[in-house]
Every structure is written in C-alpha cells, then in structure tokens.
Design a protein around this ligand. Structure first.
Ligand code: CA
Length: 461
C-alpha cells in the first residue's frame, strides 16, 4: 500500500540551545511538548549549523547551500536574501505542495526580499517584537495584539484549518523566541522565581586554554549583559563572580520563560494534529537556527564554533517511518534540511545542493558511508560581540578551528579532543601527542574547503 506524500511542518525557534530541552538532558528546564516529538520520534545528537548566526542559518536552510555559494549569498546579518533565487519552498510549491510561512524571517523585506515560494505568509519585520508585534503580509503591515509566540501559532493553526485537505502541505512555523532581549509573557513571568538555577560546568572558564578570540569576545554574562537584557540594574555592591551569578539567574530565567511558551504552543500544534487526524501523515521537525551559550564559558550569544553554539536541537516525528524514542549520532547539518524535505516529498534532487537527505538517518538506517566530518565558517569579523571570523572542521571526536584574519589577530588555531575535554577548555593544538590528529584534521579541512569551493581565503598556514 502506498501512502500519500507526507505533510511537513518545520518548527524553528531562534537561539534555542539543545541543552535547554529536557529530551537533551537539560539541567535547567523541562520541555514536555518538545519531548513528545523526541519520545514519539527521533532525536539527533549531532545536528550542527554551518554558520552560527540567524540570517545565514535561515538562508542555508532555505537553499540547501553553504553561505558562500552563489544561490545563497547570505554570509552575514547584513546580507539580504534574494527571493528570485531558487529555494526549497518554491520547489515544494511547484511540486504540488501547499506552502506557508509564519513568524520569524529575518532575511530582509520589500523589493526582492519578501518571502517567495509560499502561498501564504506573515512574518515579523527584522527581529520583530515580543508584545503586540507588527507582521508583514502580502497585503501589507498588520498590527496584532498579544504575545508573539501565541500569535505565530494562531496563524499556523488558522492556516491549517482553511487549507485544501486534498493536497499535502509544507508549513514553516518560525518562532522569534527565545531571542534576546528575552521578554516572557504574563503566563510564564514568575516561572523559576523561587529557585536558583544551577550554573553550567564551564561557567568559570577563564579562557586560558583557548585562543585569543575567546579571551576578547564581548559576550560575557558578567560584563556584557546590560540593563535592557536584565530589565533592571544590578543591586548595588555586587561585583565579580557574585554579579555574574546574579546576572546569569536574571538572564537564563527569562530565556527559559520564553522557551516555556514555545513548548506550550508546540503542544497546541501537536494536539491540533491529533484532533485533525494528521498525526500519521505529517512529518514534524523542531529545531533552532543555531545553538546558544547559556552561561557556558561565562557567555551568552553564539557565533563561535564551540559546541553550545554549533549544535542545533533537532527532534522529528513521522510515525510511518521514524521509530519512536530513537536517537541518531550521525553528523547532520542545517544544509541537509532542504534535501530532506524534497526527499520526503518525492521530488527530484536538483543535483547541485550541498546537503544530503536525512531521511535514512531519521529512520535509523543511515548508510555506512555517511559523512564523518563537517565544515563550519563564521564571517562577521569583530561585529557585535567582537568575535573573530573563523572556519573549522569537526569530526565525531575532534574539532579544529582557525581564526584566519590577521588583524587584530594573531591568526590562531584551536584543537579540541571532545572525548577528553568535552567542555573545550584546553586546546591541544600545540601538544606533540596530537601531531598526527592535527595533520589529519588540516588535511580534512583542506579537502572540505576544496569540495565546497571555499578556497578564496589565505592558505591554511
Ligand atoms: Ca538565531
């Protein structure tokens, strides 16, 4: 018996780190509805982004191409997406899918930058607002009353109600939360008020074991979170570690309150699918555009290739194919998502995409020759949080990264052994015991850069 092509619901939040989901072993919160997807489907334990920043990750997902490729063109937050380009929504739309996008877009708007490939859409301008947000639609701006996470969900549920049930659909359901400045709704405003959240194990990292880039980055809980982030001035007399801990509690509680609203709203969506009889025929994915530091290394924000920023949460349910309660360790990337959607939809592979379909990985049948390394590159040298541009390679066990800009420099390398040092506190790049590993990783980095045609940079050494 053949089944109809699956519906695809792609739920993506903004800056939601995997270690703030209970199905990933969170030490700080519970996410029962996101866990439903993991318990009834699969959890990817090595899903990563290729460029850990908002707009670039979104463009990678839409195009199935690395940031530097012609046909993507979004290397930094300042680059707008050219909607005349091919994107996966257009391919699905042309292939018979009903398509819609609601929520965060962040790839520019107006002219050639509005969403394309969607039958219906309503998106936030830029970062958008948490409360009473304005949405952009094909008919113009609409001011709405309410909390952004609820409103985006309302749009999705309303669209599902009015769709043509005779055709499959592709729905991109994109939350703004839990992006800075972390404004919760009234329902969750006092969550965690009576408790102290535990500190992450690398909270006191002094960056003595990492490159200069880590020492100079301006994303520390202690120094760089401001009164807008914290919604009040710190109590007088606090300084040093005491101040950092006070700020950490303020910051992370608001972040997790925003996550709690996402969890509730994903629960609404899953309940709707059950009630509408769509559970079996719908692939539901939950992910985020990248990870985030939750006090890890003493930081907030992302950008770096360190694990907390590189890693994306990814849980998926499709009862017809994906075994319930499974997990997969295969290295997966956001550049794989477009190819994956096309595969489920039974549409042809365009032939020039950089990713691989994750369908077999999600079903627990990844081929033996699945990729064993990934290529990463971050371009926004010194922007915002003063993070140096870098590129690198990660395998199941090791990570080699290179800060390649000479100024303010120095050009530097880091090498971490993720088995021996999972918190990435001590680079072993100069350790003679790692000479062979270092050489092999450099060769692999060269190979990846060549295969992806990203060699316009200075040579490796
Ligand atoms: Ca983001």
């Amino acid at each position: 018996m053949t089944h109809r092509r699956p519906n695809i619901i792609f739920v993506m939040s903004d800056d939601h780190a995997a270690h703030a989901m209970s199905c990933y072993g969170s030490r700080v919160n519970q996410t029962p509805n996101l866990d439903r997807l993991a318990n009834e489907g699969v959890r990817l334990d090595n899903c990563h982004c290729t460029n850990s920043i908002c707009a670039p990750s979104r463009a990678v997902i839409l195009t199935g191409l690395y940031s530097h490729r012609p046909g993507n063109g979004v290397l930094t937050l300042d680059d707008k997406f050219d909607g005349r380009q091919r994107n996966v929504a257009k391919l699905l739309q042309a292939g018979g899918y009903q398509t819609a996008l609601f929520g965060k877009w962040h790839l520019g708007h107006g002219g050639h930058h509005d969403p394309t490939g969607f039958d219906d859409w309503a998106v936030l301008p830029g970062q958008g607002d948490y409360h009473d947000p304005t949405f952009l639609t094909p008919l113009g701006k609409v001011q709405r009353h309410g909390y952004v996470t609820d409103l985006i969900t309302d749009d999705c549920l309303g669209w599902l109600e009015q769709r043509d049930p005779s055709r499959p659909f592709f729905l991109m359901y994109h939350h703004k939360a839990p992006h800075r400045p972390w404004l919760p709704d009234a329902k969750h405003a006092s969550l965690y008020e009576e408790i102290d959240l535990p500190l992450p194990p690398s909270f006191d990292d002094d960056h003595s074991g990492q490159a200069t880039a880590a020492k100079v980055a301006r994303m520390t809980i202690e120094h760089d979170l401001n009164a807008t982030d914290l919604k009040q001035e710190p109590p007088a007399g606090l300084s040093g570690r005491e101040l950092a801990i006070w700020k950490y509690q303020r910051y992370l509680k608001d972040y997790l309150r925003c996550v709690a609203s996402i969890d509730d709203n994903v629960g609404r969506l899953l309940d709707y699918l059950d009630a509408a009889g769509l559970r079996e025929d719908t692939l539901v994915i939950y992910t985020s555009d990248q990870g985030f530091f939750l006090g890890d290394h003493g930081w907030y924000d992302k950008r770096f290739m360190y694990e907390e920023s590189l890693r994306m949460p990814f849980v998926a349910r499709y009862p017809r194919e994906i075994p319930a309660g499974s997990s997969a360790a295969a290295i997966c990337l956001n550049v794989d998502f477009a190819q994956t959607f096309l595969d489920y939809a039974g549409l042809p592979d365009p032939g020039d995409l950089d990713g691989c379909s994750l369908r077999a990985v999600l079903a627990g049948t990844a081929p033996d020759d699945w990729r064993s390394s990934l290529y990463y590159r971050y371009y926004m040298h010194l922007a915002h949080h003063y993070v140096y541009s870098h590129y690198g390679v990660r395998t199941a066990r090791h990570k080699l990264s290179h800060y390649y800009e000479p100024e303010p420099g120095p050009r530097e390398w880091e090498l971490f052994d993720l088995h021996e040092d999972p918190l990435e506190l001590r680079s072993v790049y100069d350790d003679p015991a790692y000479a062979a590993v270092r050489a092999a990783l450099k060769a692999e980095l060269q190979r990846l850069r060549a295969s992806l045609d990203d060699q316009q940079n200075p040579p490796l050494d």
